[in-house]
Structure formats: C-alpha cells, structure tokens
Write a protein that binds this ligand. Structure first.
Ligand SMILES: *Cc1c(COP(=O)(O)O)cnc(C)c1O
Length: 225
C-alpha cells in the first residue's frame, strides 16, 4: 500500500478545480480520469475510495486482471486498438477513447452491436510528431463520418496526447489544434491533458484530463500487453 494516494487524489482534484474556476468554467464540467496502467490495483482502489469516478487503462490483459479487484468505476480504454481485440475491448470497457482509424471503429461497432450495447467513443487525434498513433486532423472529418455511421457507437468527441518534452507554448498550440478540430467535427468531450501538461490542456478547453503518475506516483517497469 502506497502512503497518500487518497491525499494525492484530493489535492490533484482541488488543483484542477481551482484552475478551471480561474478560467470561469464549472469544475463539474471536467472529468478526472486516473490512468492505472502499470500501477498496482491497491493504489487504484484507494483513489476510487477517495472519490475517483473514472479509470483509464492502456493494456487489455492488465485491465482484465485488475478490474475484478476494484470497486465500481467507469472504465476507459486509452491504448492502441488491435482490431482482433475489438470484441474483448467492447466487453471490458465503458468508453473507448483511442479510435484512430476506420478499421478499428468498424470492428468496435460490430462488437458493440453483438453485445447489444451502445459504446461511447472518442476519436484519437494526432497533434504531435511524438505520438505514434492517432488520426491526422485533416482526416478527422472522414473518420468522424465513418464512426457516426456505426449504429452501435456514439461519437462523443476527441482525445489527443500533447507533445512530449515540449515547452509550454508548443503544448498550448497543439492542444488548440485539438480544440479546433473538435469544434469542426462536433462533440462535447475534449480529452487532453496528462500529468505534465494538464494546466495547458485546461486552458485550451479540456473537459477530461487523464492522469497517471501525477496521481499514483511512478509506474512500475513490468511490461504488460
Ligand atoms: C499513460 C497515459 C496517460 C497518463 O500519463 P501520465 O503521464 O502518467 O499522466 C494518459 N493518456 C494516455 C493515452 C496514456 O497512454
């Protein structure tokens, strides 16, 4: 058990609320997604006990091992989607944030239909060369149209990663591109901001920040797929 996850959760949530209020927005409009990848289930459980409502995971197998050990929480898939895992992803998660190509969206749509469910999804945008995944902003309209054509998917907005190791201005410019793309394709969820760049993200209009190490501490080295 790590000392202080509950305190860290409360301190982080108040820092976010304060930043959001400073911009004249309502803190209730910003969801904090704790990112539990390569974090022990005990830490994640402590954050949920302290009030964390949303959990993001990047690796399907790790998530499936961890979820049975946790209290109820909304589960977001934020990792790379392999199309042959679409069915397991749709069955395991409540929201899929990382739909970055038509093939993955179609596979998820089919999987959700077989489950008799409507799956909320976000379109993952690539706004920086340091991100390996994501749809280019100039191809987002076409992907959004494909996703809206899947009866069992509900496209709610976009997700993106900021540039790794960039200065604050470059981060802000990338996030503004994500906000502009969301305004163009439509949707209400702007999932941007991680441990190192959530303040810039909130200033660009983020409605959902995804925070791992800033909440749970350093990740363990173990590889999970
Ligand atoms: C790992 C990860 C995060 C959280 O990163 P931290 O730097 O630990 O906050 C957020 N989003 C995605 C897509 C991730 O893979």
């Amino acid at each position: 058990m790590r000392e202080g996850v509950e305190e860290r959760y409360r301190a982080l949530r108040s820092a976010i609320d304060e930043e959001v209020r400073r911009e004249g927005r309502d803190p209730a409009g910003v969801t904090l997604v704790g990112v539990g990848k390569r974090q022990p289930p005990e830490f994640v459980a402590q954050a949920i006990e302290a009030g964390l409502t949303d959990l993001g995971e990047s690796y399907l197998q790790e998530a499936r091992r961890k979820f049975p050990l946790l209290p109820a929480v909304r589960k977001h898939f934020i990792g790379h989607i392999q199309s042959n895992k679409a069915k397991a992803i749709a069955a395991t998660f409540d929201v899929v944030q990382s739909v970055d190509r038509a093939e993955a969206g179609i596979a998820l749509g089919r999987a959700a239909q077989e489950l008799g469910a409507t799956l909320p999804v976000l379109l993952q945008l690539n706004i920086t060369p340091s991100d390996r995944f994501g749809c280019r902003p100039d191809e987002a309209d076409q992907l959004a149209e494909t996703l809206r054509g899947q009866a069992s998917l509900r496209l709610e907005g976009v997700m993106a990663m900021g540039p790794a190791g960039a200065d604050s201005d470059a981060i802000s410019r990338a996030f503004e591109l994500a906000a502009k793309t969301l305004a163009r394709i439509g949707g209400s969820t702007l999932s941007i901001g991680m441990s190192g760049d959530w303040r810039e993200a909130l200033r660009a209009g983020s409605t959902m920040v995804r925070i791992g190490e800033g909440l749970f501490g350093p990740r363990t080295d173990g590889r999970h797929t």
